[in-house]
Design a protein around this ligand. Structure first.
Ligand SMILES: [Ca+2]
Ligand SMILES: [Ca+2]
Length: 463
């Protein structure tokens, strides 16, 4: 196993994983083989460069039905029809601050925000979060996405309406109407009426300090962005000033036609601050699924400069069920948002953690555990990243189980102090999650009387 103490090592691995080239694959042949290549010779031959997401992509249709594209699958699977809501669902997204994938946020055309449970126990159950006032009126040709920095919701309609639902001494309880969208006066599409029905923020994880908004203009079939108010900052989304980055094209240069109800989402692989996040943008439009590695897109260009934006993908079967919105599952799971037992407890005493705390597995006894509900595929994802602290001067060994079966053991060596969080990276011996679709329970349990470490979070490598 590779025990990497230096951020440089983590940066190198992330850099390799963010490049999706054949070179990167051969350098780490085990973690980066696309699932399709091993299961289908035909797919491997025709889509040899396309690496499918190793995180599930959830989808919504206009009849309140939730679907999911499991990692490696060729089509969406129907999960559940949501019945406990008032109105028609028009948007879904995961909230990075949740620190898990247990529920989607969803908005109805009557202006109510709900959470929709995705885990097997209570699948499809809806819980009301808040009412928008005024209601967001733009219907299904709209986008809904969480800004990971301010932990608030962005709503944009293809009619140019631009809303934010923010936390104001409550959860998403204040609605702000912001500046309607328009193209920058120096943009190639200045004066053109925008039709943006798809959009998402990058750096989509706990710990992001800046984030950039990307969207798609379905009328122009282009990728657009909103520049930050100051260089290096977050997109000034509330100002609504769009910039065209370029036309969407396939790898052989064919223009991609975007439907009016197409949607996008972004999933992000956290890295060290100087490197930022490795961001993947996924698109569902009609029968097509596409993915863009945002590492290949330079958004910080002056208005008026455009370049082709290459998206790779595949054709879904006929029965794609009129998808109107999608949401990519996070690869990051915070221990303080997981299930704890055996004497373990949520704690926040030692700073340096991500999210709101960590799981303290306890000192002086064995059996403290943290259990994550994980819906990833580890077969093509390139390992896992486990962030923990051990301020004692002895190892604190633990077992890792998947649905009760031990798959790995770790020693969790001392990190020097309880405030010194270390990321343990192993891309050669991934936690074998198995290939079965759906959630499974990944549990970390201390095995000796020394006790266990403080576990901050776990992330699974992604493509
Ligand atoms: Ca999102
Ligand atoms: Ca945490």
């Amino acid at each position: 196993m590779t025990f990497i103490l230096l951020a440089l090592g983590v940066s190198l691995a992330y850099g390799l994983m963010s490049g999706h080239s054949v070179k990167a694959k051969s350098a780490h042949s085990q973690p980066n083989i696309p699932a399709a290549a091993s299961s289908s010779t035909t797919l491997a031959a025709t889509q040899s460069l396309f690496i499918r997401p190793t995180t599930p992509i959830y989808a919504l249709n206009s009849n309140n039905v939730i679907f999911v594209l499991w990692p490696g699958a060729n089509s969406f699977t129907r999960l559940v029809r949501v019945t406990q809501v008032n109105g028609n669902l028009i948007g879904i997204d995961f909230r990075p601050a949740d620190g898990n994938n247990n529920a989607l946020y969803a908005l109805t055309d009557t202006g109510t925000i709900y959470t929709i449970k995705l885990t097997p126990n209570g699948l499809g159950n809806a819980t009301k979060v808040s009412d928008l006032s005024p209601r967001f009126p733009s219907g299904i040709q709209s986008l809904m996405d969480f800004n990971p920095v301010v932990n608030a919701l962005r709503l944009i309609g293809s009619d140019r309406l631009n809303y934010a639902a923010v936390n104001s001494n409550g959860n998403l309880n204040a609605t702000a109407i912001q500046t309607s969208l328009s193209y920058d006066p120096n943009d190639v599409n200045k004066g053109v009426m925008p039709h943006v029905s798809a959009g998402a923020y990058d750096s989509n994880a706990i710990g992001a300090t800046t984030t950039r908004f990307y969207g798609i203009d379905y009328d122009l079939d282009t990728l657009v962005t909103i520049q930050p108010a100051t260089p290096g900052g977050s997109s000034a989304t509330g100002g609504g000033v769009l910039q065209t980055l370029g036309p969407l094209v396939t790898p052989d240069g064919q223009r991609i036609n975007i439907d009016s109800t197409a949607d996008i989402d972004i999933y992000s692989i956290p890295s060290i601050p100087s490197v930022g996040f490795a961001n993947r943008l996924v698109i569902v439009t009609g029968q097509k699924f596409f993915k863009i590695d945002l590492f290949d897109v330079n958004p910080a260009v002056p208005p008026g400069s455009v370049t082709n934006i290459v998206a790779q993908g595949f054709t879904l079967p006929d029965d794609t069920n009129d998808i109107i919105d999608i949401a990519a599952a996070s690869i990051s799971y915070e221990a303080e948002n997981a299930t704890l037992g055996g004497g373990a407890r949520v704690d926040a005493s030692f700073p340096g953690f991500k999210g709101t705390g960590y799981a303290n597995l306890g000192s002086g006894f064995a059996g403290g555990f943290v259990e994550f509900q994980v819906n990833q595929d580890s077969s093509g994802g390139g390992g896992y990243f486990l962030t923990y602290a051990n301020g004692s001067n002895v190892n604190r060994p633990c077992n890792i189980t998947v649905n009760g079966t031990v798959v790995l053991s770790f020693n969790f060596p001392p990190t020097g102090s309880w405030s010194n969080y270390t990321t343990y990276l192993d891309i050669t011996k991934p936690i074998n999650l198995g290939t079965a679709p759906g959630f499974r329970n990944v549990r970390i349990t201390s095995t000796t009387a020394a006790g266990g470490p403080n576990i901050d979070n776990i992330r699974f490598g992604a493509n």
